[in-house]
Design a protein around this ligand. Structure first.
Ligand SMILES: Nc1ncnc2c1ncn2[C@@H]1O[C@H](COP(=O)(O)OP(=O)(O)OP(=O)(O)O)[C@@H](O)[C@H]1O
Ligand SMILES: [Mg+2]
Length: 330
């Protein structure tokens, strides 16, 4: 098994460990057969998250964020590689109790809820499956409603009868109902208005400290990640190109793609302009690239070496690693 000392946060054993995760989606079916090549959505991704820590996962559309989130929350099997929790590797099928320890919240709150079932019933359902009695279910729902800041009256409504922000809180409540240790949040606020986004992010930050939740927070928005996360992994074409403490990555980015993401952020000061540091292009979304660096065709600092060999992720400082041949010298 490939070891990943570069992606390891210093100190202690991690709660969650993704090791060399790869996912190839099969080509679409034509008739009875599948023709063509599969999509290499994720290739050799490794990271660790410690108990109580929040790791952000950023990257553009198609870079493989959701695919990683689904493998980590055990709703999608990796083609190869493993996910382990407290040192125990995920199996297929997963025992119910183990599955309950990792829960997920997704972007599309309307799609994630059944429109014809009342919200209260949908929050209660995981507890019924896990054999909680009626009193325990009622008590847990009451405390969850207080935790996520929703009135009890909402339980009797259908998902289409509440606002987008309230629906996202319902999804968070449902994800927390079995007291998971790890919460995977896949773009949980990107469909919301900016002011509602801030409320939901603050709620996640509060819940994290109240319940010592461990979070994998997926977003294409570095600003949101900066607000919530301790560390960030930057994904490009299904591979981690930079990972490190959030302040270190944002203040001293060492991969040209990370710099391009940071330069695309709106300026902090009015009137301040940023100079773009990457060529624009349609994102390459497949990790099965040739010999060179996947970012070479968009990189302004590209050299001959970049076209000839793919850079490995290597450490620059404790806990901060980058997959650029010229990291630390540019
Ligand atoms: N079920 C699927 N079958 C085939 N290909 C898929 C499937 N799901 C995702 N892909 C492909 O895998 C790649 C990664 O997709 P993924 O959804 O993980 O990206 P993402 O980073 O979450 O993008 P976004 O920011 O748009 O949500 C893309 O090229 C996508 O088209
Ligand atoms: Mg996605």
């Amino acid at each position: 098994m490939l070891q990943s000392p570069l992606n390891r946060r210093p100190g202690g054993l991690p709660l969650l460990h993704a090791e060399n995760l790869t996912r190839i989606y099969p080509p679409p079916r034509r008739g009875l057969l599948r023709r063509g090549v599969g999509v290499h959505a994720v290739a050799g991704v490794s990271f660790e998250i410690h108990a109580g820590e929040a790791l952000g996962l950023v990257g553009e559309s198609g870079s493989g964020k959701t695919t990683i989130g689904r493998m980590v929350s055990a709703t999608l099997l990796p083609t190869s590689g493993t996910v382990s929790l407290d040192g125990a590797t995920f199996t297929n099928p997963m025992p119910l109790r183990r599955r309950a320890r990792v829960q997920a919240v997704f972007q599309d709150s309307l799609g994630a809820l059944n429109p014809r079932i009342r919200i209260g019933r949908q929050i209660e359902e995981p507890m019924i499956i896990h054999g909680f009695d009626r009193d325990a279910r009622a008590g847990r729902i009451a405390s969850l409603m207080a935790d996520v800041g929703l009135p009890h009256s909402i339980l009797a409504r259908f998902p289409g009868e509440v606002s987008g922000g309230q629906r996202q809180r319902v999804l968070i409540a449902r994800a927390l109902v079995l007291k998971p240790e790890v919460l995977v949040c896949d773009e949980p606020v990107s469909a919301l208005d900016v002011s509602v986004q801030a409320q939901v992010i603050n709620l996640l930050a509060e819940l994290r400290s109240q319940h010592r939740l461990t979070i994998l927070f997926i977003s294409h928005d570095l600003r949101v990640v900066r607000h919530l996360c301790d560390r960030v992994a930057v994904l490009y074409c299904g591979r981690i190109v930079e990972i490190g403490p959030i302040a270190s990555v944002i203040d001293t980015p060492s991969h040209p793609y990370t710099r391009a993401l940071i330069d695309a952020l709106p300026p902090d000061q009015p009137g301040q302009r940023r100079v773009p540091s990457g060529r624009s292009s349609d994102a390459g979304t497949d990790a099965s690239t040739g010999a060179g660096c996947a970012f070479a065709s968009r990189c302004l600092q590209v050299e001959k070496l970049c076209l000839e060999s793919a850079p490995a992720l290597r450490p620059l400082r404790p806990g901060h690693a980058s997959a650029c041949h010229f990291a630390g010298t540019l």
